[in-house]
Design a protein around this ligand. Structure first.
Ligand code: NAI
Ligand code: PYR
Length: 316
């Protein structure tokens, strides 16, 4: 038997695709990386630049091409290609263009990497996760989206800064759509085992209702803020995606709020969105039914309705 070597393929060498490769290479997530993009000059330049840094990262190879065959044999394919938001545009406004991209891409991709897990990052990520699962016919667990892993990391950063504690000690999820209808799960959030709703620590700022509103507004509007300033978000999503890739390829059993197809969670069916889920080599192994408040449950149902409506409008 040849030595098992892992391969990640990335579709799209734009701001997100290149940064996913950069983050995953630094973390040594796989031995082989491939990047595919229809823009030959762009993919060649990104791959050349990344290859110039190979000396400084764990041993790996990286190739790029405008030929999809470069993805052959990949164990995970990360899809980052497609239209992105212009300043002020919502993620949902990208649905039509990016669904068309998937209609063309997915059948070709399945021929070159039939055994791969598919990880969607392109927006609107929940709609595309559903559409790609339908187009591919793959088992639901093998098609997932980066979902609210990014939003949850924004949430944890803001909470950690407000409370003056290490971000690693904050456990808090944003769930639902990766987008405007997302929901903060305050009732299960905690710091070092202390439920956030009971936060009261001498010498530390309290967490008032106004603070909570302010923090969540910043999470929900974070992408708009970054895109207004620099045209794209890439570093945090690159790191978030690298962590999802690690959970998949290293069979970590990590709990992450990835987007996957729900069939009965809180009565929610036939839609992809994020809830805390156990992620391993097989993809999404299980979703966790957290003890949520009534407001959170209702919010998640409304978020599911928003995504489902977009999916139906697209004819799926
Ligand atoms: N889910 C999330 O948390 C996040 C999602 N995104 C989404 O990621 C996507 C990409 O964003 P950026 O990298 O900033 O955009 P970008 O414009 O920098 O890159 C997109 C790349 O896709 C390539 N491309 C277009 N059609 C293609 C095709 N058919 N096959 C292969 N490559 C193709 C383009 O040549 C370009 O290089 C957007 O939809 C954006 O909204 C961005 C940040 C976070
Ligand atoms: C662009 C996007 O989806 C984000 O940064 O959240």
């Amino acid at each position: 038997m040849p030595e098992h070597v892992s391969k990640i393929a990335i579709i799209g060498a734009g701001a997100v695709g290149a940064t996913v490769a950069y983050a995953a290479m630094i973390r040594g997530v796989a031995k082989h990386f491939a990047i595919y993009d229809i823009n030959r000059a762009k993919v060649d330049a990104e791959v050349l630049d990344l290859n110039h840094g190979l000396q400084f990262v764990p041993m790996a190879t990286l190739e790029g091409s405008d030929d999809l065959n470069v993805c052959a044999g990949a164990e995970v394919v990360v899809i980052t290609a497609g239209a992105k938001q212009k300043p002020g545009q919502t993620r949902m406004e990208l649905a039509g263009a990016n669904v068309e991209l998937c209609r063309t891409l997915i059948p070709q991709l399945l021929k070159v990497a039939p055994d791969a897990l598919l990880l969607l990052v392109t927006n609107p990520v929940d709609v595309l996760t559903y559409v790609v699962q339908q187009l591919s016919g793959l088992p639901a667990r093998r098609v997932l989206g980066s979902g609210t892993v990014l939003d949850s990391s924004r949430f944890r950063f803001l909470l950690a800064r407000h409370l003056n504690v290490a971000v690693q000690n904050v456990h808090a999820f944003i769930a639902g759509e990766h987008g405007d209808s997302e929901i903060p799960l305050w009732s299960t959030a905690s710091v070092g085992g202390l439920p956030l709703m009971q936060w009261s620590v001498p010498g530390r700022a309290p967490l008032s209702e106004a603070d909570r509103t302010h923090i969540f507004d910043h999470v929900r509007n974070a992408a708009y803020q970054v895109i207004r300033g620099k045209g794209a978000t890439n570093y945090a999503i690159g790191l978030a995606t690298a962590q999802i890739l690690e959970a998949l390829l290293h069979n970590e059993q990590r709990v992450l709020p990835v987007s996957s197809r729900l069939d009965g969670y809180l009565g929610i069916r036939d839609v992809c969105m994020s809830v805390p889920s156990i992620v391993n080599r097989g993809g999404v192994e299980a979703v966790l039914e957290l003890p949520l408040s009534e407001t959170e449950r209702e919010g998640l149902k409304r978020s599911a309705d928003t995504i489902r409506q977009a999916i139906r409008t697209l004819g799926f």
